[in-house]
Write a protein that binds this ligand. Sequence first.
Ligand SMILES: *Cc1c(COP(=O)(O)O)cnc(C)c1O
Length: 456
Amino acid sequence: MKYSYEQLEQLDKQYVWHPFTQMKTYVEEKPLIIERGQGSYLFDVDGNKYLDGYASLWVNVHGHNDPELNEALHEQIEKISHSTLLGSANVPSILLAKKLIEIWPGHLSKVFYSDTGAAAVEIALKMAYQYWKNINPIKYEKKNRFISLKEAYHGDTVGAVSVGGMDLFHRIFKPLLFERVEIPSPYVYRMEEYGDEEEIVNYCLQQLEDVLIQKHEEIAGVIVEPLVQGAAGIITHPKGFLKGVETLCRQYGVLLICDEVAVGFGRTGTLFACEQEEVHPDIVCLGKGITGGYLPLAATLTTEDVYAAFLGDIDENKTFYHGHTYTGNQLSCSVALKNIELIEKRNVVSEAKRKAAVLAEKLPTLYELPIVGDIRQKGLMVGIEIVKDKKTKQIFPRSENMEHQIILEARKRGLIIRPLGPVLTFIPVLAMTDDQIETAVNIIFDSIAEMVKVVR
Ligand SMILES: *Cc1c(COP(=O)(O)O)cnc(C)c1O
């Protein structure tokens, strides 16, 4: 039987607890119930269509319902869907690992699989910690802590939250977390008292260096989101920051972990964000776009040096005791492999770069609106910071729910986007066409303009 929208709505509200959602207000509204997708469009159960302006949470690469990805999955499902990687191997996970190492622009050599970005980060942290213990447990006895950025976001499991810096999400869990050392992030729009971009970068790097001078013996690694802090509200870092972090990590003997979960696979206009500053991390976390938005999969990549530190006789206890039930799942790995092949075949990365330039021409029109304070873009990742007053940069009180009202206006006009605090984010399906991108920006303009009318 086919359920009507009303029936599904009722069942959803009765049974499902949605992530990152205040359910008290959720149940007062009409939920969006998606039934299918095609290309850059999502269709709800009543057949209304919407541009997917959040790439179904930053994951979708080629569009929905892609015939070649579908076929790759069909082919694999006819063979086997899952067998374990604990002590045995499988074909797609081998071929994907080879591919990931080949496309990474540097010298990484091993792939450790998991199934969510948060898990890829947990693995990176545990790997970095144990690396030092395996090399020399006495000399590196104190290397137990991590440095991360203000407003950092690395996922929602307890370890990933421990290196997180978003007060709103993370404060409540503080007693559960391990301690981290925070350094400022170059959030240019809200740091004008520190000077221009270059001065802000220098200030942040100086803070990092100060910590490292004092505490490098206690620091196992630095974890950063390269180029863009996504969940923090698309905070784009000025040129030179990432490279500066890398240089300091090398200078003070701590590992560099780059969390490419959001920015990897073409999102910033290069296949990986680290490429843009020729940065070579010791550990890299991949997720989100890795399967083109089809299935959950993540991977932690590392160097031969880190890997080698885990080799030893059984009784040396150097083994990395970490794994998940679905590690290396064949369906996920086969669709990821096809995704990467198609990224190459369809020139997705150079196209994303070209479209980013088109978008960059169009976005400044939004500054005509009196509540658009800042527009930040890196590749096909956009944050539009909404303010009550452009001069003071004061944001709307949370109780007014301004950004939520704007995205509801956008939905009425056929575009799905999401806010992160006071920032509207536009993270299109990577394969979205020029026309669709232009339509999306027009809808964003009209939706904000509509709310301007309401508040004036
Ligand atoms: C989304 C995200 C994560 C967490 O990934 P999940 O798959 O949601 O667990 C980690 N790091 C960054 C930078 C992210 O954007």
